[in-house]
Structures are given as C-alpha cells and as structure tokens.
Design a protein around this ligand. Structure first.
Ligand SMILES: CCCCC/C=C\C/C=C\C/C=C\C/C=C\CCCC(=O)SCCNC(=O)CCNC(=O)[C@H](O)C(C)(C)COP(=O)(O)OP(=O)(O)OC[C@H]1O[C@@H](n2cnc3c(N)ncnc32)[C@H](O)[C@@H]1OP(=O)(O)O
Length: 254
C-alpha cells in the first residue's frame, strides 16, 4: 500500500521524463463503488475495463480568455523545437490532475467503506465546469518554480462578489504542496501563513507562483505569491512549511 503511494509521488517527481498519461492516477473519475473484498485494495482496475480518467488540467469551455492565454503561454514551453526542427522537452511541464489519488485508502476511519470509495480531491470534486476551482499547474525543474493559473468560480464566494479566503488558501496549499511533492516525495503542510493584501473578484483569473526558499532535513520552506495575471496587483503573500513524511504516516493515520 505504502509502495503504491510512493509510486504516485515518484510519478510526480518523474514528470520531467514521462508523458502525462504514464503519471495519471490509477483509478477513473467515473468508476463506481467496487466491493472491498478484492485481492488488494489498491489494485488497479484492469486497463481494458477502466474508462480513461478525466484530466482536469486540460482546457474546458468554461475557461476564460485569461486562463486560456496563460495556459497556452506555459504549455507552449513544455515542448520546444530545436534548430534542426526536432521536438524536445521544454523547461516547463504541465501537471496532470485527477479527482482521486487512490481509489480506496483505508484512512477515513469514520467513513463507511462505501463512502470512502466516494472520497474525492477537494479541488476537483465539482463536475460543473467553471463553478469552482478551475486551474492548471506547471513546474519548472531547472528554476525550481511552480505556477498555478487559477480561475475562481461562483461557488467560491466569501465576501460578496469575491473569493473566500479559505478557497485562496486551498489553492496556495495545492500549488506549493504539488511543488513540494515534486521536489521531495510525500509531504504534509505543517504551517501555512497567509497575508491577504487585496480581495480577488469572483470569476477572475490569478497567477499563483511558488518558489523553494530552503530545505533543512525533512523541512521544506516555500514562498508563494498570488497576483493578477499581469503581475500588477498582489493579492496574497504566503510562507509555507512542508514536512516530508513516509507514506505509512499518512495511510496509518499519522
Ligand atoms: C498530502 C499528500 C496526500 C497524498 C495524496 C497522494 C498523491 C498526491 C500527489 C500529488 C500532490 C497533489 C496535490 C497536493 C495538494 C495539496 C497538498 C495538501 C497538503 C495538506 O493539506 S496536508 C494536510 C494538513 N496537514 C496535516 O494534516 C499535517 C499534520 N501534522 C503532522 O502530520 C505532523 O505534525 C508533521 C508530519 C507535520 C510533523 O510530525 P513528525 O512527528 O513527523 O515530526 P516532528 O514533529 O518531529 O517535526 C519535524 C520537524 O518539523 C518541525 N515542525 C513540525 N511542525 C511544525 C510547525 N507547525 N511549525 C514549525 N515547525 C514545525 C519540527 O519542529 C521539526 O523540526 P526539527 O527537525 O528542526 O526539530
């Protein structure tokens, strides 16, 4: 079990060398409840039975022009052409995104097994495109940077007409958490310290930029800024501490 989780993180860390489809999570977003008396709870559904899971990091009709333009700008740097006209990997990698890392993980101890099988990643659990978290992340291995482009939907309201601070914190945690996992394997957020400088209007698109400040043993310290897409307005400034854990720490309940 721990090995399966390790494989997911390894997949994330190998983003630079494998295609997105190889790093995709094993279980389809549309899969129905499977009885738990299977040989292994983390066993993959045979590929011939499983529909392709939806990759939420790809454009959908709800994406506005700002999200599309920035997506295209970074995506065009994922593959570049050499002078000889050959295609090769570029400096940025798009991070594919699914709504469940593991189909069944025995961690939600207060949940029935049926409900456990319905657990979904918080930011990817609303199927209505554009209603909540629309985002895509790109990682730059060389510069040790991760960026998120985030379009905030109408279900994320906090102050009237503006994005809820908890939703903003969620996105900061998602960008920096993905960045930390990419650099260091399994991690948990130990401390998230946000200064909210300017409210974010609902429906707008913002840029979330994460950078690694330092690494000390198991601790990884990040800074993260949320700005308007042209960088002229700073919405939040954040520092985040992640601590590396073993996969069993998470699966066996800390
Ligand atoms: C999260 C991944 C889930 C797996 C899913 C699978 C695949 C995912 C793939 C890709 C990722 C995709 C998306 C990412 C999206 C979102 C990320 C979400 C992340 C979260 O949303 S995650 C939930 C909230 N998070 C928790 O639920 C943590 C609860 N907590 C603990 O699990 C422990 O508390 C722990 C492990 C933190 C430490 O416990 P421990 O016993 O292992 O170690 P210890 O206490 O010795 O600390 C070691 C050193 O860290 C220092 N330290 C610790 N805590 C500190 C603090 N708060 N402030 C300052 N320093 C601190 C100590 O001072 C010491 O420092 P020193 O070594 O210098 O003495």
């Amino acid at each position: 079990m721990a090995r399966s989780l390790g494989r997911i993180f390894n997949g994330l860390q190998r983003l630079g060398s494998v295609s997105p489809i190889q790093t995709q999570l094993r279980y389809p977003s549309t899969s129905v409840y499977q009885p738990v008396r299977r040989r292994s709870v983390l066993q993959a559904v045979p590929s011939f039975l499983s529909p392709k899971p939806r990759d939420f990091s790809l454009p959908n009709p709800s994406w506005g022009s700002e999200l599309m333009q920035l997506y295209e700008r970074y995506n065009s740097q994922c593959e570049v052409e050499t002078e000889e006209g050959e295609k090769q990997e570029g400096p940025w990698k798009r991070v594919p995104s699914y709504n469940r890392a593991l189909k069944y993980a025995p961690c939600g101890v207060y949940l029935s097994k049926i409900i456990q099988s319905k657990a979904r990643l918080f930011t990817r659990n609303i199927n209505d495109p554009g209603a909540a978290f629309e985002y895509v992340l790109f990682i730059n291995r060389e510069e040790q940077k991760c960026v998120g482009i985030f379009q905030a939907g109408h279900l994320l309201e906090g102050p009237p007409g503006h994005v809820h601070g908890g939703a903003i914190a969620t996105m900061i945690d998602t960008v920096t958490g993905t960045h930390a996992s990419f650099l260091s394997g399994p991690v948990v957020t130990a401390n998230l310290n946000i200064n909210y400088r300017r409210p974010i209007p609902l429906g707008s698109t913002v840029l979330i930029e994460s950078s690694l400040d330092k690494k000390e043993g198991r601790k990884l310290f990040f800074s993260c800024k949320v700005t308007s897409t042209d960088g002229s307005k700073v919405h939040t400034e954040t520092t985040v501490l992640f601590v590396s854990i073993s996969a069993s720490h998470l699966l066996l309940g800390g």
